[in-house]
Design a protein around this ligand. Sequence first.
Ligand SMILES: [Zn+2]
Length: 117
Amino acid sequence: MVTPHHRRKLEQQRDGLLAELRGLGNLMRGSIGEVGVKCGRPGCVCAQGAKHRKVHLSVNLHGRTRSCYLGRDRAARVAPLIAEYERAWRLINALTTVNLELLRGARSGGPRGRRAR
Ligand SMILES: [Zn+2]
């Protein structure tokens, strides 16, 4: 059962999380990875087996994996967007936990809660 004091604390937590959620910056889903590639130019180091390291972004959208070449510079700019996406999920999960507790607490006013009083 949620006491009035506990309920107020949960509501404060909920409002704080909502404020943080509204303050989210630009974000995107995806993962940054490195792949080894051969350019195919004869005489290049990669022809001898040393592959070029290429930094890519890959993301699954609507069941299809999209891939985009980034390179080091753009990877450094995309990484904060992915971090922000992960922060959004942490906030959503925390908000879900708080709202679930508030919903369960609201039930204590029902027949079972009345009997306990
Ligand atoms: Zn090459």
